[in-house]
Ligand binder design. Structure first.
Ligand code: FAD
Length: 395
């Protein structure tokens, strides 16, 4: 952990550049016109209905937002992270889209794929950007989730191949994927200190078996996958042996900041809904908005929204300037996930029984944000890492 310490300066200019303000307005209108009206009907289980996906993609194309997060050299808009957190925050005002695997603005391309060598780039990255190949990312195992250093899936070199054996769990979109970005132990004794490597594995390779999709309280249906003597050519390793965690780090930081950005959108929508309802619902002869208990719920979320925006934009602008944002990204995830869940909980309370109704998006925000506190790093584990940083900095 680096960046934030006692001596670091905070940027003093909080104005968004004009082009990002315009982007924000465009996405906000898109969310208001296209997503909020279809919140309860857009999906079939955990996937967008194909006709909905096609319509949203064509609207996104008309707005010029396709491939907004793909670098210019690969044909995308190449927006920086400040612009991206703006888009993510706006999109999160609606519960219409899946929380993972947003594909309306072009295929999802994780940053780990930008670390492929030129030959792998031709085989995997470019077809992925063109929408011809889909991927999933497999790190978690039944006995190693928050602590991936203890993973048991092994990759053992045999001549020109690695032989993969083990089991992965909770793998999003494994049923749709053409290839998996697989994290496996090349040296279990070293664990996360140089013993973990990353591979690209064709999902059709002999020995890979999708065992079952996990039913959850949220819409995702992540998969359990078995790897039984799966042969992977050595040229499919990403980077050097033992560098698997290093490659995942950039992706993880951006992914964690994405949680913070998502929290901004969820809190904003919960404020809109909570304040709107409080101003029209009367109990005991008075509007809920006249009750201090209700006002304070809204005010607390409003204060937390402001704090979260400062945290997320500070981290994003540092990232765009090439600063290591590990600490900021961890803090933004902890704070964003926790406070957005709190905002959904307050919004639910203000709505009383209607807060539980599935015709409103509140209960879905509540379920989704609770799940966010566990996925991509449970809060307690992130705090454990942050504690090391705090003790080193202040102790
Ligand atoms: C919907 C969904 C989609 C997912 N998609 C993917 C995917 O595509 N690819 C992938 O690889 N993984 C994926 N995951 C896995 C996810 O990232 C893990 O579930 C998560 O990292 C937690 O791991 P775990 O479930 O094994 O919890 P564990 O590591 O067993 O932790 C359980 C709980 O113990 C507590 N805890 C653990 N360690 C500590 C500590 N040191 N100090 C204090 N408390 C602690 C925390 O409260 C934690 O929630 C997904 C999970 C879900 C639910």
């Amino acid at each position: 952990m680096d960046s934030v310490d006692r001596t670091s300066d905070l940027p003093m200019n909080f104005e968004l550049p004009e082009e990002i303000r315009m982007l924000k307005d465009t996405v906000r209108k898109f969310v208001d016109r296209e997503l909020i009206p279809i919140e309860r009907t857009a999906r079939d289980g955990h996937k967008l209905k194909p006709e909905v996906l096609a319509h949203l993609r064509s609207r996104a194309e008309e707005l010029g937002l396709t491939n907004y997060d793909v670098p210019v050299e690969y044909g995308g808009l190449g927006l920086g992270l400040v612009a991206k957190v703006t888009v993510w925050a706006e999109l999160a005002r609606s519960s219409a889209l899946p929380t993972r695997g947003l594909e309306i603005f072009g295929p999802a391309v994780s940053p780990i794929l930008y670390q492929l060598n030129p030959e792998q780039t031709e085989r995997f990255l470019l077809p992925t950007i063109r929408g011809e190949l889909k991927w999933c990312f497999a790190q978690t195992e039944p006995d190693a989730g928050g602590d991936p250093g203890g993973m048991r899936t092994t990759a053992v070199r045999q001549g020109d191949h690695y032989v993969i054996n083990g089991m992965k769990r909770f793998i999003t979109n494994a049923d749709d994927a053409d290839y998996v970005q697989l994290i496996a132990a090349t040296d279990r004794a070293k664990g996360s200190h140089g013993g973990i490597s990353a591979f690209i594995v064709d999902m059709k390779t002999a020995g890979i078996k999708l065992l079952r999709a996990q039913e959850l309280m949220i819409d995702d249906r992540p998969w359990e996958i078995a790897f039984d003597n799966v042969l992977v050519p050595v040229e499919n390793m990403i980077g050097a042996e033992g560098h698997g965690f290093r490659h995942a780090q950039d992706w993880i930081n951006v992914g964690r900041l994405r949680h913070g950005a998502r929290g901004i959108g969820v809190i904003e929508r919960c404020l809109e809904m909570g304040a709107g309802y409080a101003k029209q619902r009367k109990t005991f002869g008075h509007l809920l908005s006249e009750r201090q208990a209700v006002q304070w719920m809204l005010v607390d979320s409003y204060i937390e929204l402001h704090q979260l925006k400062l945290m997320v934009y500070d981290a994003a602008s540092k990232y765009d300037r090439g600063v290591d944002i590990r600490t900021e990204a961890y803090m933004a995830k902890v704070f964003g996930d926790t406070q957005s869940f709190q905002a959904a909980d307050r919004c639910m309370e203000i709505h009383g029984g209607m807060g539980l109704a599935t015709e409103l998006p509140i209960e879905k925000f509540w379920r989704d944000q609770r799940s966010m506190m566990i996925t991509e790093g449970p809060i307690e584990i992130l705090k454990m890492t942050l504690a090391r940083h705090v003790l080193r900095t202040y102790g």
